[in-house]
Design a protein around this ligand. Structure first.
Ligand code: BGC
Length: 756
């Protein structure tokens, strides 16, 4: 077993309830449950979500990830007094999420307003080996004499998405005087959700069930002696379906049978099985660091935990929401975040999951084609935000101006077209890292050709030169510009790769080839100045710059919009997030170190980092430029978005992309992993206070274990592999271990067999 970190909540605070509910959320890619407390607090937002369960309720709404009936809430009465940490006195507190087995635990001692102390312990987990399973234990121990304890818990379907009800209750029932079940249906009748739950007390009690006002509850009451620990165990099985082949009652019965099987095994046995699954997962995915600062390892474990908990690896019809399965921010929609920030982790640890994420796009090609066609273009224009289909889900309007009553239009769906090239970029990365020709022949080439065809039709001929007009690049503070460098270069790459791979796979399409060649020859690629700076778009360099320091000090809060209108911001050199720097990151073989450094130096002072997708990318580019201290500062700032002190930074869910960027910041930043000309490169340079870094990568048929220690790297590969280390290519045989010192420090040594 690996020695994994634990994420702890240092104290109970009503102000940070929702932050911790997000960062300590449990999940398995099939479902996610916010780490809310069992007892209610007015400010606390409960949330349980199933990947792919979306619903649109009401006019002018987009689909949203449905907040399901709650199963974690427990109302506890102690000698008739309602248990809440807002009353009485909290004498002792511990709460932590153990990454090793996925268990969230809380332990506290509370003095009631009548002066009696109680110890309360709770544990819960979402199973990694049985996806529909959640289990919890909740224990109470009276510490000052006997006490009357009563618990009420069940399935609470009064949950909403900020007041929106998505589910109708079809039936609620109690079976065998013990098992509760609620059957629900989305209001559009497309999806059934069945929640089955059992509640068992380890001590004889009076109990009964009630079903009222959308709450199915089980109530237990008993007298407990001083020091007697009373434990309630709740096992829950949650399933859903979109196809209605089976009778609803038969589908519900299946859920009940699974619940009974699990309830028989009990919490501890179920946890052990799930912990084994986590252990296997950590063996291949963990990034271990030996650092003077223990926060660094915690940050990495946090990242891999959430990358696993948020990713629906089991279902290619779903992708990853911008907040994973931890909250309702962005309504659970899928953005470019998936391909650019989240897919790399999967690609290099479990490539089949990366494949599944790409298949989600492929399965939704029809919607993307339709969007392109509706707008007069060819090929596929993927939606800026999507849910469970290829339809555009970006809300038409954003926040309302409450003084004028007018709503601000969201332009992303109309012009943030770079997502098309981002998806193509991910397809090519997948091909390079896996050489999966089956995927390329069926899905990969279709994605590349459709996206390339879009760009070819999207370009405008200006006196013989092709330009791309009226777009929004990654920097969303600059809208409706011509020749955004990011979009043009990425579009060029998209078309180039489509052509190259069609040739590689002997796919003949003369009309496409001719159009693609013309596009590549004539598309305008904004060129660098003498220093290497690329203009962000046609008009950017002529706009005035202002001192952004006070806005940068409050990065992520978009405070600039309190002082300037969006239209004014658009007319200044103000970036929300990495744009040209993002381009430098994505196409490492196109820009040399000097150009990257020049763009970093020019654009960073003009970038507020108002998006969580920004600092980490600056960090990776800084690392590639050899500025490790700066790279580390960006990496920590990126991680602090959710893990830092701000009590409200992630109330509505973690920033999924920032979580992916923690992994990328280390693997692609400090370890310098890049794909150049289709080959694997590493140029490790660790922060000064890191003594060692260890991780594994899946590259084609090989699992490559990498250990960086000071200025030397030890590689071990399970299959023959070529790796370029600090510019020199090494060919390793299967099971060969090789240690290489940074060139000026020494030479390579080879041995057989040992594990890194
Ligand atoms: C960023 C986008 C991102 C979205 C979802 C926005 O604030 O500007 O780049 O895709 O958040 O994370």
């Amino acid at each position: 077993m690996l020695n994994l970190s634990r994420l702890s909540e240092p104290t109970f605070s009503p102000h940070s309830l929702n932050k911790y509910a997000s960062i300590m959320a449990c999940g398995n890619g099939y479902m996610g449950i916010r780490a809310s407390h069992e007892e209610d607090y007015t400010q606390q937002t409960r949330g349980m979500y199933l990947a792919g369960v979306y619903h649109r309720a009401g006019r002018n709404e987009t689909k949203e990830l449905v907040n399901l009936p709650d199963v974690l809430g427990i109302e506890l009465q102690l000698d008739g007094e309602h248990f809440s940490l807002l009353a009485g006195e909290l004498l002792c507190w511990e709460r932590e999420l153990a990454f090793s087995n996925g268990e969230l635990r809380r332990s506290l001692v509370w003095r009631s307003t009548r002066g009696k102390r109680f110890r309360i312990d709770s544990r819960r987990f979402v199973s990694l080996d049985q996806l529909p399973l959640v289990a919890l234990q909740f224990s109470v121990t009276p510490l000052d004499g006997a006490a009357r304890i009563s618990f009420s818990t069940g399935i609470d379907a009064t949950q909403t998405n900020s007041g929106r009800q998505h589910l109708d209750e079809t039936s609620v029932q109690v079976f065998d005087q013990h098992f509760m079940q609620g059957v629900y249906e989305t209001q559009d009748r497309s999806t059934d959700v069945v929640i089955s739950a059992s509640c068992q007390l380890d001590t004889p009690s009076e109990n009964c069930f009630t079903a009222k006002n959308r709450r199915l509850n089980c109530h237990h009451a008993l007298e407990a002696e001083e020091g007697q620990k009373v434990t309630l165990e709740k096992i829950v099985w949650i399933t859903h379906r979109h196809d209605k082949e089976l009778e609803q009652s038969a589908f519900a019965q299946k859920g009940l049978a699974e619940l009974k099987r699990c309830a028989e095994q009990g919490y501890d046995a179920l946890l052990e099985q799930s912990a084994l699954a986590w252990d296997t997962h950590w063996q291949t995915s963990r990034v271990s660091v030996q650092s003077d600062d223990p926060q660094d390892q915690l940050t990495l474990d946090y990242s891999v935990w959430h990358l696993t908990a948020m990713t629906p690896a089991h279902n290619e019809r779903c992708s990853i929401a911008a907040k994973g399965l931890t909250g309702e921010g962005y309504k659970g929609h899928v953005f470019w975040d998936t391909e650019i920030f989240l897919l790399p982790f999967h690609l290099f640890t479990r490539p089949q999951t990366a494949r599944s994420l790409l298949r989600y796009r492929w399965l939704n090609l029809a919607g993307a084609r339709e969007k392109a066609q509706r707008n007069g273009w060819a090929g596929a224009l993927f939606p800026w935000e999507s849910a469970d289909s290829g339809q555009e889900e970006t809300p038409e309007y954003a926040a309302i101006n409450i003084r004028t009553g007018l709503r601000q239009k969201v332009a992303s769906a109309l012009a943030e077209h770079h997502i098309v090239a981002d998806i193509a970029w991910a397809v090519v990365a997948y091909w390079q890292a896996t050489r999966d020709s089956d995927f390329m022949r069926s899905e990969g080439l279709a994605l590349l050709m459709e996206t390339a065809s879009f760009w070819i039709s999207r370009a405008t001929d200006v006196n013989g030169r092709l330009e791309i007009h009226d777009v929004i690049g990654p920097d969303e503070y600059t809208e409706h510009v011509n020749n955004n460098a990011f979009s043009n270069y990425m579009a060029w790459q998209n078309v180039h790769d489509a052509l190259a791979l069609m040739e590689h796979f002997n796919r003949q399409d003369d009309a496409f080839t001719e159009a693609a060649q013309k596009f590549l020859a004539r598309l305008w690629l904004p060129s660098t100045d003498a220093q290497g700076v690329i203009p962000q778009d046609d008009t950017f360099m002529a706009k005035p710059a202002i001192d952004l320091r006070r806005y940068k000090a409050q990065a992520g809060k978009q405070t600039i919009l309190l002082d300037y209108s969006r239209a004014e911001v658009n007319e200044m050199q103000i970036l929300k997030q990495a744009d040209v720097v993002m381009l430098n990151y994505l196409l490492p073989d196109k820009f040399d170190r000097k150009q990257c450094a020049a763009n970093l130096a020019f654009y960073e002072p003009r970038t507020i980092h108002d998006s969580s997708l920004s600092q980490s990318i600056h960090g990776i580019v800084a690392a590639r430029c050899g500025d490790t201290p700066r790279a580390y500062a960006f990496w920590r700032a990126g991680a602090a978005i959710d893990l830092g002190d701000d009590p409200h930074s992630c109330d509505d869910g973690i920033h999924a992309a920032a979580t992916g960027a923690i992994w990328s910041g280390v693997v692609q930043g400090f370890a310098g992993m890049q794909i150049i000309d289709g080959e694997l490169h590493l140029t490790p340079q660790l922060p000064a206070h890191w003594q060692r870094l260890q991780f594994s990568l899946q590259w084609r048929a090989a699992r490559l274990d990498i250990l960086v220690k000071g200025a030397s790297v030890t590689l071990r590969s399970s299959a023959p592999i070529a790796v370029t280390l600090w510019g020199e290519t090494h060919h390793l045989l299967a099971n060969e271990t090789r240690t290489v010192d940074l060139p000026e420090f020494g030479t390579a040594t080879t041995e057989g067999g040992n594990n890194v």
